[in-house]
Design a protein around this ligand. Structure first.
Ligand code: 15L
Length: 261
């Protein structure tokens, strides 16, 4: 059964805007009964959608956002390395409250924007799949591993299903050599969202990548669930490509120092 009402968090972000336009089209076609979009930043208007501009970290706010929703696409949060003062509310408290809110309101599923940085410390020569244990390469990656494990726990103890997308490099263009392994096109990202909204599962980890040759990640689990990527990174090459070679899958993240404050 297709979810009828969807909450999209982080709707003003890079991927949030891509998802918002797609869900807006579905809403216009009548394929969705409702769309609520939330972000701390202003969002583009989407005809027929409810827009809530708010920080997403407080329990009450999150409970109000999730009320009446059948599915949540959770893209909000800090999307790179930061300090705990920033990451704790946006990436840890928000996810904890979100899963509680979904349980309390009878929401069927959460699609969670995890990140390849949850496993960024694996060496580039090692091919890993959905069963690979987290090896975060940053505080940021650790918050993503937390979200994945939160989803796993709630999938056992509550009816809430979780679809954790370890997104690689989801951009309009390939701007670095590393992206040949980690790239996901926006169109394939939307295909993955469709899979997450429609497939039958309790808790899954999938890699957010296109049909990349020789990727770091064996994405058979995503394919098994119905994800069918159609794009190749070679078709999205920018004019200038950063040629840096990295030893670890997280690229530059494993080398970022931890701030002392
Ligand atoms: C991420 O998790 C970041 O949000 C994104 O900006 C990129 O750095 C991406 O990973 C990547 O690894 O390319």
């Amino acid at each position: 059964v297709y979810p009828q009402k969807i909450l999209l968090t982080g709707a003003a972000g890079g991927l949030g805007q891509v998802a918002a336009r797609h869900l807006g089209r579905m809403l216009r076609r009548g394929d969705l009964a409702g769309l609520r979009m939330a972000d701390i930043n202003p969002m583009e208007e989407v005809e027929g959608a409810e827009i809530v501009q708010t920080p997403i970290s407080e329990r009450d706010v999150i409970f109000d956002l999730v009320e009446d929703m059948d599915a949540v696409i959770h893209l909000s949060g800090i999307s790179g390395e930061s300090d705990w003062a920033s990451l704790i509310p946006s990436n840890l408290a928000a996810t904890a409250h979100l899963w509680d809110a979904a349980f309390a309101h009878g929401t069927d599923r959460i699609l969670f924007a995890s990140s390849n940085h949850a496993v960024g410390m694996y060496p580039v020569e090692q091919r890993i799949d959905d069963t690979a244990a987290p090896r975060p390469d940053s505080r940021y990656g650790l918050t993503k591993a937390f979200g994945e494990q939160l989803g796993a726990l709630y999938a056992v103890k509550t009816p809430v299903r979780s679809f954790c997308m370890r997104i690689g490099s989801c951009f309009a263009q390939v701007t670095a050599r590393r992206h040949l392994k980690t790239f996901q096109s926006h169109a394939d990202f939307l295909r993955m969202i469709e899979t997450g909204l429609t497939a039958d599962y309790r808790h899954e980890v999938v890699y957010g990548i296109s049909d990349n040759d020789d990727s770091f990640w064996d994405n058979r689990n995503a394919l098994r669930l119905g994800y069918t990527p159609r794009d190749k990174p070679q078709d999205f090459l920018a004019e200038e490509i950063d040629q840096t070679e990295h030893r670890l899958q997280g690229g530059e993240f494993p080398d970022l120092p931890l701030s002392r404050d």
